[in-house]
Every structure is written in structure tokens, then in C-alpha cells.
Design a protein around this ligand. Structure first.
Ligand code: ZN
Length: 385
């Protein structure tokens, strides 16, 4: 008998029919208290050596239908190695075709990053002599908000903030963090060593634990899109943002990178804070140089494709990048990675992957190193305290 299940960490699917392998009909469940959906993650059991046709019948009503064009789902037998499978978007349905080699197989929108793995990441990082781990408070559902502080920044040293996964379905963001932290904590890495003598890195690998555990695409347990909460976060609706913003005000911020994934565009790109009132030529030059340098050190990053740029003063100030850029007078950027693949350097077997996300995360340290002296707040009140 074929069975479909998703009652586990990060799981998301509703099964309408699994009586025949060539007609498995499923739907993606919307986020709790919100209408967003696109993330799916489920296990199919009992279909070894059967030609399966799996239809996600509500794909046409998902949050980003452009995301299905040219998209291929991922599958795994061991939940470690994820590979792409034949997928097509047709008549409003996402249709997956696959013949499982084993009794059970997992399918997902992108390689999942579970809360169990998050706990492992925090525990592992916490054993480094370079790391201070703090629980800065709790989420709506009562999970811990983990902050890793790497290095020390007493006095007037620089404070760099990197956060990921405000949108929980963008799991590549935490894979990125894993690669970034691995390198930052490597005592044999000369760049990391040099940076840690001069700056503190404040790292939130997962901004949205509740959404992650519940298999959400975009919101927390209260239905809040955290990347629209930065102007006025509150402890009932968006404690995750409130708590991190308070910490930022304690330390000051000289550089902020907010890590995301984009459903539609098959590219890695940065969205800047050009729409903030205080945007100026100096910041524009710094943003341009940051992007150019990243492209030079890692060809998976590119500068040609991206979002339309907001005019100065017309930016949405509820976004992390705009709020932080304006309030702290620092370079603040959103990094977007693809769910699909990079169009310039495609990988037919894996597409964009956890491994490539991690390498991209590690490579940002080269960029920060090269531009270090220019990554400083220009706001007079950015002092700690
Ligand atoms: Zn996002």
C-alpha cells in the first residue's frame, strides 16, 4: 500500500489520493494563520520500483507560480543526499515523475534543514572557543532564539550581523550559514583569524524556528511575515524580530547581511537598501564594490540579474535591510539564492544545492576581508549601549 506522510519536523503536504502510483494527488498546506504556500516536504512509502506520478494539484494557487517554471523537485533516500527529479508545471499542477529505488523516499521543495539539524549546528558551534552562544528569548511557540557571537568587539571594534531564514521555507539560507560558520570557526583559516581579531560577528542562523518546524513557506506561528516586521516588531506577533533588533541596538551594527532564497530567479544576487532616505553615493559605491568583489571570488554569485531597485526614500521600511541600513547607517543587504539553479553555471544533477549554498556562505568572508575598512557605520549614535 502506498502511503504519504508529512507529520515530522519541517513536513508539509495534504494527501488526497494515493491508491495508484500513477495517480498520487497531493496539495501543499498553507502557513498557519496565513495564505502563503509553496514549501512541501513529505515521505512516500510502499512504491519501490513503481513509476510514480505525483501531482501537487494546488500549485497554481501557490505564492509564486513563476517559481514552478523550469523548476525540478528534490528527492532523497537517506535525507542526506538530495537529487533533482523530473518535474513539470502543467495545467496549474506541479507534476513529479519518479521511480523510487527503495521502499521509502522523501521529496521536498529544496533540501530541508530541520530543527534537529539546527540544534546540532548550535551545539557544534558552541564548542568552539571563539563562540559565545546566547538564548536571547523565545519564539511565539516557545522555541529558543539562538544567537552565536563569534569573536569579541570591545570598545570601538566593528560589529557585523548576519541573519538567515526569516522565511523558513528558504532552507538554502541555513545551509549557507553552515558553510559560513564552518569557515569562520576554522582555526586554520587565515582570513577568519584576521577578521576575528578586528570584529565581532553576530550570527542568527535561524530567525524563524516555528515556521521551520511547521513546514511554513514564509511566516511564523502567529502568521507574521518577519521580513515585514522590522519597523514595529512586537513580542506577541513577532518576538523573533523584536529580540534580534534589541540585541542589534545593544551592539551597534556596522554591516548586516540577511540571507534568503528566491522562488523565481535562477541566480544568486543581492538586493540593497537603495530606497532608504539616507542612501548616498558613498553607500552606492560600497554596495557596487561588495557585489563585484563577491562575483570575483565566487563565480556562483552574479551582479546582472536581480530585483528592481527602489528610488531613494521610497523603500519599504518594514524590511530588515531598509530598517537596519537606515537606523544604523551601515551597509545592509539581502542575499537571494535560487530554489532552482544558477542559469550561468547549471548543475543538472543537483541544481542549486546545500553544498553550493555552503560554499557561497564561506566565500563572503573573502569579500568582507577585502572591504573590511569600509564596513563601518556612519551613524553618530551607532555606539554600543
Ligand atoms: Zn525570503
Amino acid at each position: 500500500m502506498i502511503q504519504v506522510s508529512s507529520n515530522f519536523d519541517g513536513g508539509n503536504i495534504i494527501c488526497d489520493s494515493s491508491e495508484r502510483p500513477d495517480d498520487i494527488r497531493l496539495r501543499i498546506r498553507p502557513d498557519t494563520k496565513a495564505d502563503f504556500f509553496q514549501w512541501f516536504y513529505f515521505r512516500l512509502s510502499g512504491a519501490r520500483d513503481e513509476d510514480c506520478t505525483i501531482r501537487l494539484t494546488n500549485a497554481k494557487d501557490s505564492s509564486y507560480t513563476r517559481g514552478w517554471e523550469g523548476y525540478r523537485a528534490v528527492a532523497s533516500y537517506d535525507r542526506e543526499n538530495w537529487f533533482r527529479i523530473d518535474s513539470r508545471y502543467q495545467n496549474g499542477e506541479l507534476i513529479l515523475r519518479h521511480r523510487p529505488e527503495f521502499d521509502s523516499v522523501h521529496y521536498a521543495y529544496f533540501a530541508p534543514y530541520s530543527m534537529e539539524r539546527h540544534a546540532d549546528l548550535i551545539a557544534h558551534a558552541g564548542q568552539s572557543p571563539r563562540v559565545t552562544h546566547s538564548v536571547i528569548g523565545q519564539t511565539v511557540d516557545g522555541q529558543d532564539m539562538d544567537l552565536l557571537t563569534v569573536g569579541e568587539a570591545p570598545g570601538n571594534k566593528q560589529n557585523f550581523w548576519l541573519i538567515a531564514r526569516q522565511h523558513p521555507g528558504e532552507t538554502m539560507a541555513e545551509w549557507w550559514m553552515e558553510g559560513f560558520l564552518d569557515r569562520l570557526l576554522d582555526p586554520d583559516d587565515a582570513i577568519s583569524n584576521a577578521l576575528l581579531g578586528r570584529a565581532a560577528f553576530h550570527v542568527v542562523p535561524n530567525m524563524n524556528p516555528d515556521g521551520s518546524r511547521s513546514g511554513h513557506l514564509r511566516t511564523n506561528a502567529a502568521g507574521a511575515n518577519l521580513n515585514r516586521e522590522w519597523q514595529e516588531p512586537d513580542m506577541d506577533r513577532s518576538p523573533e524580530v523584536y529580540l534580534v533588533r534589541e540585541k542589534m541596538r545593544e551592539t551597534g551594527v556596522d554591516f548586516c547581511l540577511d540571507v534568503h532564497g528566491d522562488e523565481g530567479l535562477p541566480h544568486n544576487f543581492i538586493a540593497g537598501a537603495q530606497g532608504i532616505p539616507s542612501w548616498n553615493a558613498q553607500k552606492d559605491m560600497l554596495l557596487t564594490d561588495f557585489k563585484r568583489t563577491w562575483q570575483q571570488v565566487n563565480p556562483d554569485f552574479q551582479t546582472h540579474h536581480g530585483y528592481p531597485i527602489a528610488k531613494k526614500g521610497e523603500g519599504n521600511m518594514t524590511l530588515c535591510v531598509n530598517h537596519v541600513g537606515e537606523y544604523f547607517g551601515c551597509l545592509a543587504m539581502t542575499l537571494e539564492m535560487p530554489f532552482k539553479d544558477t542559469a550561468d553555471r547549471p548543475d543538472p544533477k543537483n541544481g542549486w544545492s546545500p553544498a553550493r549554498s555552503g560554499k557561497l556562505g564561506a566565500s563572503v568572508l573573502d569579500v568582507i576581508y577585502k572591504l573590511f575598512d569600509r564596513l563601518q557605520s556612519d551613524a553618530p549614535d551607532n555606539s554600543p549601549g
